[in-house]
Design a protein around this ligand. Sequence first.
Ligand SMILES: Nc1ncnc2c1ncn2[C@@H]1O[C@H](COP(=O)(O)OP(=O)(O)O)[C@@H](O)[C@H]1O
Ligand SMILES: [Mg+2]
Length: 254
Amino acid sequence: MSETEPLLVLRNIRKSFGRVEVLKGIDLEIGKGEIVALVGDNGAGKSTLIKVITGVHKPSAGEIVFKGQPITLKNVQASRLLGIETVYQERALADQQELWRNIFAGRELTRFLGFLDVAAQKRETGRLMRSGMGLTSRAITVDSEVKGLSGGEKQSVAIGRALYFDADLIILDEPTMGLSLKETERVLAFVRSIREQGKSAIFIDHNIFHVHDTADRFVILDRGRVVGQFHRSELTHQQLVDMMIALHEAGQVA
Ligand SMILES: Nc1ncnc2c1ncn2[C@@H]1O[C@H](COP(=O)(O)OP(=O)(O)O)[C@@H](O)[C@H]1O
Ligand SMILES: [Mg+2]
């Protein structure tokens, strides 16, 4: 893949559930080292689109090209192995499992003959908790079950996993929902650090302040279509807010 080639290209992606077409031919490019925000009203198709990119949903039509190669994703595991990592509240983690198992799920460290190296996975998780994840509470250990963690702590686990496996594309679908101010700041700092490391992200957040402060580019989705794309320099925060309100009102009368 050349330096200028986009990391991800979507061509004419369509997705229907039964007779309802939710994505109506999406064309989108994500550059290397670029943070792209998907913005749009509830039901615009943002989550469905990222689920196509992460292998949760198979597109009804269209092409996905990642690092210059056309790809077909059988499941979420397949996208992770390629370097696409999802960080978001719902369904990203296995609640009933310990923290260390969540970090290594599907990419376990093994010893000779393929035996799981549990000790190494716990050790690496402990190291990650102290360095990248900011999980310093003495109440949380590598053996803690994820279901006992707060929303912000769960985000930290998903972020730690993305860091550990050095994902190229990190997807965050409303990662700040339900978080405290401090936890939100930590997530936004993480999103900014993605760009600094030359990695890419797709970021969805209802808070236009978060979006405008964090993303390089905004892609506006409306009822399954891309209706606008802007670089941050092209649009003030207020213009972005006004656009969202206009889209919402148009949706109400349609
Ligand atoms: N699994 C599904 N089955 C049927 N309809 C769905 C499914 N997932 C999403 N939808 C519908 O697709 C539309 C877009 O949803 P979604 O992608 O979640 O929007 P957004 O994330 O932008 O709010 C909505 O009308 C939603 O009801
Ligand atoms: Mg959504």
